[in-house]
Ligand binder design. Structure first.
Ligand code: ZN
Length: 165
């Protein structure tokens, strides 16, 4: 994996903070990515790559040493910004190194925000709006969303009193 292919540019497709983490730690060798399971049974994985459930770092077949992607892209410091060692068997980690870097190279940060709901550092150029603002196209992955205009009507119930006697 060549780190420089993930160098952030004006499109915002690649994370500046992930790039910084990769650059600072490249001396440790090839980066691997593991996904944590979403349940205690340790065999169920979310179809979405939630940043807090991904670990980016280095390791062997039995041990992963790294940080959660969530902590990396939030730029956390102190204890939360440190690398930890995870026993792969104990945490039920799944190695997704190949798929992760391929997807990240192709669609950038949409790899971990397929639903397009996260606000991210430097994402101002992520979407192009057309059709009077009702069509939203993601410039990173190409996904298109159509919007529907809705009007919210506030209804008030009240009793009108009329003097009758
Ligand atoms: Zn996208």
């Amino acid at each position: 994996m060549n780190i420089d292919q993930f160098k952030p540019d004006d499109t915002g497709k690649f994370s500046p903070l992930l790039y910084r983490y990769l650059k600072r730690n490249e001396k440790f060798g090839q980066f691997q990515v593991w996904q944590r399971p979403i349940n205690e049974a340790k065999d169920e994985f979310s179809e979405y790559w939630a940043p807090n459930h991904l670990i980016v770092g280095h390791g062997s077949d039995s041990c992963a040493i790294g940080r959660s992607l969530g902590s990396i892209i939030r730029g956390e410091r102190g204890v939360n910004g440190q690398s930890f060692a995870y026993a792969i068997g104990m945490f039920g980690l799944r190695n997704i190194t190949k798929e992760f870097w391929e997807k990240y190279a192709s669609i950038g940060r949409c790899a971990w925000d397929a639903q397009h709901r996260m606000g991210m550092v430097g994402d101002g150029e992520r979407f192009t709006f057309t059709d009077n603002g009702l069509t939203m196209t993601c410039n990173w992955c190409g996904k298109i969303y159509c919007g529907t205009k809705r009007v919210r009507v506030e209804r008030h119930r009240f009793i009108e009193w009329k003097e009758v006697a």
